[in-house]
Ligand binder design. Sequence first.
Ligand code: FE2
Ligand code: FE2
Length: 360
Amino acid sequence: MEKVFKIGNRSFTLDQDKAEEAFAAKKVINGRKTEAFNLLPLKYTWAYDIYRDMKANHWEPEDIQMQKDIEQWQGSDLSDSDRWIIRMGIGYFSAAEGIVGDNIIHVVRELVTAPELKLVLGRHAHEENVHADSLLYMISSLGINPHECEAMFEQIPTIKKKNEFVTRVSHELRRDADMTDPVNKKKFARDIFLFGQCMEGTQFYGLFGMILSLYRQNKFPGIGQMFQYTLRDESNHIKLLRHLFLELIRENPEIWTEDFKEELVQTMIEAIALEKEFIADCLPVSSVGLSDADFCSYIDYIADRRLEGVGLRQLNPGIQNPFPWLAETMDIKKEANFFEQRVTEYQKSSSLASVSDDEL
Ligand SMILES: [Fe+2]
Ligand SMILES: [Fe+2]
């Protein structure tokens, strides 16, 4: 018996019995292993939907003008704390983007078995490359010594501690972990929670907030714009890893114990503490018109949204967002600018390519 499957605006005819068999063999972990990339029939449709959203957000650093940023960097209108925030931003993210990409490619994408999950995770890792490339573009445009970034990663204790906090979990899960072992299943779930909700979802937000505050004051418009696009990508990464986490728990309910839930909450508590120490380093004096205390309560607010998103207890129920304007600055979907036109062009050229492929 044949059945038509639809994905986006495409439709495919599949043998129903074989399709059901293949569908049942798809799992987040411990599913059918195949050399071929059997995307169809699609089981995790959310993964493909996120992949399509990611594609539609494609951007390239060189599309963004840095002239004004260079003038400001070389001029005398900026305060030392404005420059310090930019240096901390570049120093921290230069290492962090790589650490996330490494975990996605060498841990998460390796351990999942369904091809549509591998597809979207491949895109995730690629976007971390774009982010790393955007930092390189900022460093070269402003004329910052690249060794200075590496030195920050090595020598600033709050950056070092944030990075060690995530890498010690991902290093335990390199290839060949036996994923039928509940201990490893928990480690994997913790890795996905840690990277998606604690690191990308919470620890990135201190600097995002500070850099976008500068942007709001017309400081570093090019860097601000790049961070806006990065943040839009991060929202998809957080969503992707949240879905993946929930699906993993749904398929492996035996690991969802009270003890494990508490372990995850404690992981978030540690992430928040590290982020607050880091914020104090970024804002040694109240700067960008915002206080260290406001940023800390912003982190508490964000962390609760992440915990809530995966069904864990909140740490500060009812906490308000101290920066409601930030949500607006972060939501760039409504904004019409030259860059949105470029995005449309990328979409157009990709749909043209797929038309010609079909015709071959
Ligand atoms: Fe990133
Ligand atoms: Fe990311």
